[in-house]
Design a protein around this ligand. Structure first.
Ligand SMILES: [Ca+2]
Ligand SMILES: [Ca+2]
Length: 80
């Protein structure tokens, strides 16, 4: 999984976006449809204004779509 380092402190990008077709979420950089979703109950709500996905600190790290222009650290998958 992922390290919990820094997670208590801030929201993070998880490499999923719907920049090509709104509502069609794709993982990056491998461009796959995610097989797992963990949206907050109020999300996604941003339509074409919010195209990147964060694990949102304010939502208990459930997912939120948000403008891609925000500055966030990333969570990345590490090869075994
Ligand atoms: Ca969107
Ligand atoms: Ca949102």
């Amino acid at each position: 999984m992922f390290s919990s380092f820094h997670l208590e402190k801030q929201s993070v990008w998880i490499g999923i976006a719907d920049v090509i077709t709104d509502g069609r979420w794709i993982t990056y950089p491998d461009t796959m449809y995610p097989t797992y979703l963990n949206w907050d109950s109020r999300e996604p709500n941003g339509k074409t204004a919010e195209n990147c996905v964060e694990m949102a600190k304010g939502y208990g790290y459930k997912w939120n779509d948000i403008s891609c222009s925000h500055v966030r650290k990333f969570i990345c998958e590490k090869a075994r």
